[in-house]
Structures are given as structure tokens and as C-alpha cells.
Design a protein around this ligand. Structure first.
Ligand code: GDP
Length: 302
């Protein structure tokens, strides 16, 4: 229900436009397909993913000869769901077997909701009875350290930091080392959020990884990329840049409550082949949900 509310704007946008596309039509013809294409593009699904979806619908129309507009919803749902990937449950719950903390490196550009997402996750993990340690690895801005500290205090979890301008890799080392000492279950490590060029980004993230691997060779166990879902094509570009700079293992897509363009989730997931793990649907501490593709697709159509 919360998902429905969170996606209200995307949902009404998508559904009403889709409704208009098929209004008065008894079968899926070229006009309907053209309109559908427009609906998908304007929901920020992205051009190549939209073309892929339209081709698949065309194939179904050709095969079935006659395809009624009532069936279009069901087929769209199927096709969209098949493009989305979600994660299987991660190994966070397997800490005793792992014998070391599960390290999540969180990456993303300033302003996308990285700090908020870390705070929300810290709260979720803590509520699951897990011992969480935060690392203030965005040492470029004093505000980034302060904001994360506010969340650490609010959720009441320890945070490792150094002063502004210090080496992010050094903060990563301290954080992971401290987490091991405290026998923590999860590390959430913030990283620099400034948009720098690909080479610098790659260098920095590679160094952060290398240094934390001195403490736990298998770390990071997850690289979570946070993207602002309301920025459409910008989110796409950032996703591409980060994937080129480091191996992104999961996505958190934020601010889906504030946009009518939730379709971006579909495009990014399809284009990057990286599973969407979380979606942000508000500013509150509980407004982060595990991504479930069937629920997500249904929320667009119901
Ligand atoms: P950072 O610079 O990436 O760390 O971004 P912040 O975590 O500071 O978030 C930037 C702004 O976005 C803040 O005002 C947050 O409250 C807001 N924000 C973060 N996630 C969401 C979300 O899912 N929905 C909405 N509506 N706002 C969000």
C-alpha cells in the first residue's frame, strides 16, 4: 500500500496515458503502438528499452493475429517484468558463516539521496538485530560527514570518520578494521559524491577497495549505486559512468515518490543488467523498500 502511495505519480501518469492510448480501440494496431511508445518514452523508460518493449508487443500482435486492447495490459506487464531484475536475498543473513562483517560500499553523486539511503538502511539493519558501523568516506565535503553523523546519531549506530580532506581510503580502512574489532555484521561505507571524470572516479574507488581488502580480502561484498529516479536520463548517465568505473552490484533508486517518471527503473535495470535492490519513496526513515519487480509492475497497472 505504501508502495502504491509512493508511486502514485508514476502510476497515474502511466495508467492514464496508457488508457488514452487504447481508448476507443478494439485492437492493438499501429496507432496504439505509436501511442504506447510515447507513453513509455515520457515515463522515462529510455529509448532503447522502449524499442525493445514495442518490438516484443509487435511480435505478439503478429503471432496472435488479433490482439485486443484488454490483453495489452497483461502482455505489457509480462514484458516489463521480464526486463526487470531484482536481487535474491543477499548473504547478509549468513554472517556466522562469513566470519566477518558484510561490507557495503555506497556510491553515487551528491544530492541523489546517498546519505539518506545509508541512514534508512542502517535503521533497517539495526531493527533486524544487526550490528551496524557507518564509515564517513566522503571526505571531500564537511557537510557530507556532518549529515551522515546526524543519521548515525538518529539511528544510534557508531560512525568512523576523519577530518575533511583526509584520504577516503584511510577512512575505509579504519571503518572496516573497527567493524571487525566490534564484531559488527554490516558496514555501510559512504564514498565521495562529487562528479569527477571517469579516470579519477575509477582511481579513487579502486584505491578504497584495495585498502579495505587489507582488512577483509573479500570486501566490498556489495557496491550499491544510489540514483535519483526523478532525474530520468541523468540517472542513466550516472549509472553508466559508475558502472564503467567500478563493478556495481546493486542499485537503490530514490525519490520515486516525487516523480511521474518511475519508468526509469525499467530502463536502467534493462540497460545495465544490474539488479534494483531498493527504492526510495520518501524522506522518512521508513521510506526505503526492498524492490520487488512484480509488486512494482503491478503498482503501475492497478
Ligand atoms: P546525498 O547528497 O546524495 O547524500 O543526498 P541526501 O541523502 O542528503 O538527500 C538529498 C535530499 O533528497 C534530501 O532532502 C533528502 O531528504 C531527499 N531524499 C532522499 N531520498 C529521498 C526519497 O526517496 N524521496 C524523497 N522525496 N526525497 C528523498
Amino acid at each position: 500500500e505504501k508502495l502504491d502511495q509512493g508511486l502514485e505519480k508514476s502510476k497515474s501518469n502511466f495508467f492514464s496515458k496508457l488508457g488514452k492510448a487504447v481508448a476507443g480501440k478494439s485492437k492493438v494496431d499501429d496507432d496504439v503502438l505509436d501511442d504506447l511508445e510515447e507513453v513509455l518514452i515520457s515515463s522515462d523508460v529510455g529509448v532503447s528499452t522502449t524499442i525493445k518493449i514495442i518490438r516484443r508487443i509487435e511480435d505478439r500482435v503478429a503471432k496472435d493475429k488479433y490482439l485486443g486492447t484488454e490483453e495489452l495490459n497483461a502482455i505489457l506487464r509480462e514484458e516489463i517484468a521480464s526486463l526487470l531484475s531484482e536481487t535474491e536475498d543477499d548473504n547478509l543473513t549468513k554472517k556466522p558463516e562469513l566470519g566477518h562483517p558484510h561490507v557495503i560500499m555506497v556510491v553515487g553523486v551528491n544530492g541523489v539521496g546517498k546519505t539518506t539511503t545509508i541512514g534508512k538502511l542502517a535503521n533497517q539493519f539495526k531493527n533486524q538485530g544487526k550490528k551496524v558501523v557507518l564509515g564517513a568516506g566522503d571526505t571531500f565535503r564537511a557537510a557530507a560527514i556532518d549529515q551522515l553523523q546526524i543519521w548515525a546519531d538518529r539511528v544510534d549506530v557508531p560512525m568512523i570518520k576523519q577530518q575533511m580532506g583526509s584520504d577516503p581510503a584511510s577512512v575505509a580502512f579504519d571503518t572496516v578494521q573497527s567493524a571487525v574489532k566490534q564484531n559488527a555484521d554490516v558496514v555501510l561505507l559512504d564514498t565521495a559524491g562529487r562528479l569527477h571524470n571517469k579516470v579519477n572516479l575509477m582511481k579513487e574507488l579502486t584505491k578504497v577497495k584495495r585498502v579495505m581488502q587489507k582488512v577483509i580480502p573479500s570486501a566490498p561484498h556489495e557496491v550499491l549505486l544510489v540514483l535519483d529516479g526523478s532525474t530520468g536520463q541523468n540517472a542513466f548517465e550516472q549509472a553508466k559512468q559508475f558502472s564503467a568505473a567500478t563493478e556495481v552490484t546493486a542499485l537503490a533508486i530514490t525519490k520515486l515518490d516525487g516523480t511521474a517518471k518511475g519508468g526509469v527503473v525499467i530502463g536502467i535495470s534493462d540497460q545495465l543488467q544490474v539488479p534494483v535492490k531498493y527504492i526510495g519513496v520518501g524522506e522518512g526513515i521508513d521510506d526505503l523498500q526492498d524492490f520487488n519487480k512484480i509488486e512494482f509492475v503491478d503498482s503501475f497497472f492497478n
